[in-house]
Structures are given as C-alpha cells and as structure tokens.
Design a protein around this ligand. Structure first.
Ligand SMILES: NC(=O)C1=CN([C@@H]2O[C@H](COP(=O)(O)OP(=O)(O)OC[C@H]3O[C@@H](n4cnc5c(N)ncnc54)[C@H](O)[C@@H]3O)[C@@H](O)[C@H]2O)C=CC1
Ligand SMILES: O=C([O-])CC(=O)C(=O)O
Length: 338
C-alpha cells in the first residue's frame, strides 16, 4: 500500500512536467519480468524517450526506483494495479511494449501459453484502448501469432483500431538468424542480414536464406532453417524449467522499439524492420503476416512483399500458412466469444 502510494506520487510528479516534443512516453507492461527488466534498462538509454513508464502486477516500485538513478534523458515511473496504476502508466503514451505473460517450460509449445496469456493481453489491450488509443502497441507476449490478433480485436471493439500501429515483435528471429549465419559463414553479424518472414513459432518462422547473398549447401540451409525456427527451444531447454529467452529478447525488443522511435519521433525515413502486422501479402489466407516493414511517423509506412524466393522457401511458407491461420483465428475467437 505504502509502495503504491509512493509510486503514485512519483507518477503524478512525472505527469506534471510535459514531455519534450522530440521525445516520447514509452510504457513497458510486464516491466518486472525476465524480459521487462533488461528491456527497460536498454530503453532507459534512449535519448528519444522522455518518460519511461513501468507497469507490472508486482515490483515496479523497486525496478523504477533503481532505473531512475541512471543519468540518462528519461524520467522513470513505476505503477502497479493499485490507485489506478494502469491508467497512470498509460495516459499520454506514444509507444506501449507488452512482454507481460508467462514463459514456456520444456515440452511446451508457445500455443500452450494461450490459456494464460490470452486474457492478460486482452485486459492490457483493453486498458490501452481506453487510456492511450493512439499509441503504437508492440506485442512480445506469446503466442505472438494469436496475441496480436487479440489486441486488434480488442481495439476494434473499442472503435479505435489502427492497423498501422500494431506490431508483433518478431525481431528475435532476425537477430538469431543473423548470429547463426555469421557463425556458419564466418562473417560479421552486420554482413549477415537475414530476412525472416511469417509468424513467431516453429514452422511459422520462415527464414529467406536465398536472399542473403551467401551461398549455402543444402545441408547448411536445412540446419540453419531448423535452428532459426526452433532457436527458442534451445534456450527453454538450457534454462531447464526456469523460463525462456529474456536477455536476447530484451535486446531484440529494444532494437525494434528504438527503430520505431527513430521513425516516429525523429521522422527518419527508410527504417525497415521485419514485424508481424496486418498485411495484404497473403490476405486471402492470413490476415497477419511478418515481412520487412518500413516504419514511418504513423507506424507502418510500407509493407514489403516477400520478394524472390526458391522452392524450398515456398515449401516453408506453404507449411506456415495453415498453422498461422489457426493461430490467428484462435486469437480472434477468444475476444469475440460470448
Ligand atoms: N516475441 C518473442 O520473440 C518472445 C516472447 N517471449 C514471451 O514474453 C513473455 C514474457 O516472458 P518473460 O519476461 O520471460 O516472463 P516472466 O514471467 O519473467 O515475466 C512476465 C512478467 O509479466 C508480469 N505480468 C503477469 N500478468 C500481468 C498483468 N496482467 N499485467 C502486467 N504484468 C503482468 C509478471 O508479473 C512478470 O513480471 C512470455 O509470454 C514469453 O513467451 C519470450 C521471448 C521471446
Ligand atoms: O521460445 C519461447 O517460448 C520464447 C520465444 O518466443 C523465443 O525465444 O523465441
């Protein structure tokens, strides 16, 4: 109680000072978690953030107090559900990043998280629709293939949906692909720029190695594709029941958020990130699909097509689409039931 009152007063102080026009208010929902804490630390370093607003059901007073001593641009506030914490966290936000939700244990698929995480994401999306309807929403919580459609349906029901401002964060697949290819080809990660399309789970993750400019043997293609598709499992297994990727995800989440900040706040042109968005690319089959997306002041500026692919990659897309279709339908049905 004391902590929440104290934080509430910190939050009020923060809101009484208006944000500078060339910097944004960014909220992290699930900020005390395995991803939330290092992600918030990385975002605290951004000059384009004036107010970093941390929300979780527990522990944000401590996380916010700790981060607030770092002498970078932003003020930091922590919020928990007491005293309208979610409202204070969200009002005035330009960007909301959502890593709230449970992670996998060995033997689970991302879809196995649906029963727990769907309602967490639905309720947080509902609060966003009410308190910051124009914010860009970046969904990290799994299963991303379903949680992104959940946010879309909640925003539609509230009459505030803008497809250009909703993103599933698939950056970790691209980060992994770059690293794994750099190891195989013995090049720098800057040189290993790999496009990954589709969704964010198993066979829905489709790396386009043929577009990388490198020559791979058939065995290399098979092994790299499998490793990129199931990289998450490597971490889940190694963590042995204590969670899934957190640090690499924080890195990837910060990369995507920083790219969006450059586009939205600095007005930089030509920033391209792969992300899972409402997309015309396979619209007859699936409503949401990740390809390279150019970011702009209003979010999605231009959705790139898949481009030239080979037969192996066409086979990967053919395998991805039915699963994606099910994942998307499941998310939509969850919000529209009853
Ligand atoms: N998109 C991607 O590439 C990746 C997604 N993930 C997903 O991110 C999610 C979070 O993972 P971790 O941080 O490792 O989990 P974690 O359990 O360490 O942290 C989750 C945090 O969410 C908070 N939370 C739970 N319910 C909440 C609510 N209603 N409102 C606000 N906060 C709430 C918890 O208190 C906790 O602090 C998982 O669903 C995981 O599968 C993980 C890695 C990569
Ligand atoms: O594997 C998981 O459950 C977490 C995740 O999405 C990833 O690491 O790509």
């Amino acid at each position: 109680m004391f902590a929440s009152r104290q934080i509430s007063s910190i939050a009020k102080r923060a809101f009484s000072t208006s944000a500078s026009s060339n910097a944004a208010k960014v909220a992290v929902l699930g900020a005390s978690g395995g991803i939330g804490q290092p992600l918030s630390l990385l975002l605290k370093q951004s000059k384009l953030i004036s107010h970093l607003s941390l929300y979780d059901i527990v522990n944000t007073p401590g996380v916010a107090a700790d981060l607030s001593h770092i002498n970078s641009n932003s003020k930091v506030t922590g919020h928990i559900p007491d005293n309208d914490g979610i409202k204070e966290a969200l009002v005035g936000c330009d960007i909301v990043v959502i890593p709230a939700g449970v992670p996998r244990k060995p033997g689970m698929t991302r879809d196995d998280l649906f029963n727990t995480n769907a309602s967490i994401v639905r309720d947080l999306a509902s609060a966003c629709a009410e308190y910051c309807p124009k914010a860009h929403i970046l969904v990290i919580a799994n299963p991303v293939n379903s949680t992104v459609p959940i946010v879309a349906e909640v925003f539609k029901k509230a009459g505030v949906y803008d497809a250009k401002r909703l993103f599933g964060v698939t950056t970790l697949d691209v980060v992994r692909a770059s690293r794994f290819v750099s190891e195989v080809k013995k090049v720098t990660t800057e040189e290993a720029n790999i496009t990954v399309i589709g969704g964010h789970s198993g066979v829905t993750i489709v790396p386009l190695l043929s577009q990388s400019g490198f020559k791979f043997t058939e065995d290399e293609v098979k092994a790299l594709t499998k490793r990129i598709q199931f990289g998450g499992d490597e971490v889940v297994t190694a963590k042995n029941g204590t969670g899934s990727a957190t640090l690499s995800m924080a890195f990837a989440g910060a990369r995507f958020t920083n790219s969006l900040l450059e586009a939205v706040v600095s007005g930089k042109k030509g920033i391209v990130e792969p992300t899972f968005v409402e997309s015309p690319v396979f619209e007859k089959d699936v409503q949401f699909f990740a390809t390279n997306v150019e970011l702009g002041p209003n979010g999605v500026e231009k959705i790139h097509p898949v481009g030239k692919i080979n037969q192996f990659e066409q086979g990967l897309i053919d395998a991805a689409i039915p699963e994606l279709k099910n994942n998307i339908a499941k998310g939509k049905a969850f919000v529209n039931k009853a």
